[in-house]
Design a protein. Structure first.
Ligand code: GSH
Length: 222
């Protein structure tokens, strides 16, 4: 057994964040799939809730220490493995700006389009697939206008200058979700440039949702 275990799901954007971080840091980890749909959603099982009371994925376990929430996971990995590629700048103002960027996605965009929210809308307000898609597109588009503005001021190749930071790790999975929900990304030239640059990197490729052990056959890419 490896000393790092990631409980995650191929298509989850938050899982993709954690996988990119682990790949950038070249840390070996055990991939433990948690299926968000099968068996009523394995994130709701008693065993998983013991690890992560919110029932969110991913969860990282390092030498028996359990960490949920990707923002905490990324910061933990920087602290626990200081010799690896750092995801947050050392300068405290720059670090705060990177966190601000990440939180636009983590707390303003991602939660309103999360699976449990879409399921709730459907069950309690009888929304259709089209209405849910419209809902997701609306919140992603609104959030991306802010994120595009920020990146427009700080980006060279990546969100902040020419080095990959946590900001890119939060952005790219959110863009993959945006594509999945057929969001028009043409108003966001800076984000599209960053997306293209990141997807040329080995870590982003290896961590991609369509290249995981639990990716269904018909979705796999080489
Ligand atoms: N803010 C949390 C969000 C975790 C989360 O909710 N992840 C989604 C997958 S992308 C999930 O587990 N959803 C389960 C559900 O909606 O039931 C993080 O960054 O880890």
């Amino acid at each position: 057994m490896k000393n790092l275990i990631l409980y995650n799901y191929f298509r989850s954007s938050t899982s993709y964040r954690a996988r990119i971080a682990l790949e950038l840091k070249k840390l070996n980890y055990e991939y433990y799939p948690i299926h968000l749909i099968n068996n009523g959603g394995e994130q709701h099982s008693e065993d998983y809730r013991k690890l992560n009371p919110m029932g969110g994925i991913p969860t990282l376990v390092h030498d028996g220490k359990v960490i949920g929430q990707t923002m905490a996971i990324l910061q933990y990995l920087d602290d626990a493995f200081p010799q690896t590629q750092q995801l947050f700048p050392k300068d405290f103002f720059e670090k705060a700006k990177v966190i601000q960027f990440c939180e636009n996605i983590n707390t303003d965009i991602h939660p309103v389009q999360n699976l449990k929210v879409l399921k709730y809308l459907k069950k309690n307000f009888s929304t259709t697939e089209e209405q849910n898609e419209h809902w997701v597109q609306h919140w992603i588009t609104e959030g991306f206008h802010a994120v595009e503005k920020m990146a427009g001021e700080t980006s060279k190749d990546y969100c902040f200058g020419s080095s990959v930071t946590a900001a890119d790790i939060f952005l790219i999975p959110q863009m993959v979700t945006a594509q999945r929900f057929h969001t028009d990304l043409s108003p966001f030239p800076t984000l599209n440039k960053i997306y293209k640059n990141c997807l040329e990197l080995e870590a982003f490729k290896k961590a991609h949702p369509f290249r995981q052990v639990d990716t269904p056959e018909d979705m796999r890419i080489s």
